[in-house]
Design a protein around this ligand. Sequence first.
Ligand SMILES: Nc1ncnc2c1ncn2[C@@H]1O[C@H](COP(=O)(O)OP(=O)(O)OP(=O)(O)O)[C@@H](O)[C@H]1O
Length: 454
Amino acid sequence: MWTEEQWAAIEPKDVSSVVVAAPGSGKTTVMTEHMAQVIATGRTPAQRILAMTFTRQAAEHMRQKLRRHERLRPVAVESCVMGTFHAVFFRALLEADWEVRPVLSQRDQYALMREAVVDVLGERRAVTMYELQSYLTMYSWTVGRQAWDELGDKEKRIFETFVRKKQASNYWDHDDILLASLQLLRSKTVPKIRLCEMSYILVDEFQDTNELQWELLTSLVQRNGAFAFVVGDDDQSIYAFRGASPVYLQRAVEVLPKARQKLLTMNFRSDRRILHHAAQLIQHVKSRVDKPLRGVHDAEGICRAYEVQHRTAQWDVLARVVRRSVLRPYSVAILARTRNQLATAWTAMRSLLGAEWSLAARNVEFRTFHDSKGKEWDVVALLDMAVPYRAMTDSDDERRLLYVAMTRARHELYAFVPRVIQGTQCHIHPYLLEAGLRACPVSPKDIMEAFEIG
Ligand SMILES: Nc1ncnc2c1ncn2[C@@H]1O[C@H](COP(=O)(O)OP(=O)(O)OP(=O)(O)O)[C@@H](O)[C@H]1O
């Protein structure tokens, strides 16, 4: 069942491993199997194994898979420590009797940042949500990157005020959990916590690591004399705005004890045309680990960009895609850049599909491009893949984001290109052109025939 390159990564050895892998090449599957093998062979006792992920769902998914593994006893699986960075370190702080604080709700975070902006800038005018969001994103980037020196004077004063207000309110935000944990790990006396007994540490989606998480991992590895096993794909690094960077994949090879880099290049997910176009797009990213993207399936699949006159026409065509897919039955993802776009799509689908919607809804998911990471569906539809003339800047982050969205599709990928969005004339998203896709005009009437040809 395993390919040679997968088995080379799975087989337990007394080294650290940095697995750099293409989308759909089984990163998560391989990491879970590796962990199972480490436990089953008794190379490391289960209670000394720590696995960290970036979402709760991913951690739960991994635990479920291990619970079903034929070689593992339930007690062994439950003995491992598994969870998100934040959950794992929050528990460690509680165990160490650290003075932890409740975490601020998103609403309170906005309110404190608003107060900080008004205090520093002395502005009477209302601070917009957009401004607050930008400040909070920049704050999170600064903490994640540990890059206070890179701030301008104004931002520095706003963020210092924000931190003071947070302290006065006796609340934390999520980053404070990691900052306190770093202090804990760097304290001179060895804290009496389970985390300091971990001798094998695994991290999934390692391309999403920021400086703070990197510091936590390396502090733990050094303090415990542990080996690490990290998996990631530099091409799927889409959280730069939180300070994440694919450079830590390279650094891991240089810094982790006895580290070996392994590549996974066979894609088990997508049909050929989808991979062909995704591979063309990612070639345009300037700095990346060069790895082939090879598929295992013979099926051609469908990968098309459809030009529609406006968004109403987009919904008509999308409704047909959904109806046809659900009948087969295929799972469908409707992906867009923002939640607002998805809300509009949801309303349109419900109204166009009428009574059929209750059946269709079970097989259809609406997600942002960011939220689609780590998932897969038979059919993927990308909405509003058009931009106003001269509106595009050159951004590798955006290329990677589109690459993530495209590589979620197993058999069919449709990108919709409305010529007019909210009254503005648009043209095809330039990154679809980089992917080698041309928008072909389509009307709702001929869409069914067009699909049959595919
Ligand atoms: N050796 C294999 N044989 C058959 N199917 C496999 C094999 N390895 C992985 N797969 C399947 O390939 C698909 C992709 O696996 P997985 O989600 O682990 O990849 P990934 O690299 O984490 O993907 P991504 O980074 O794109 O989210 C899954 O459906 C998985 O079951």
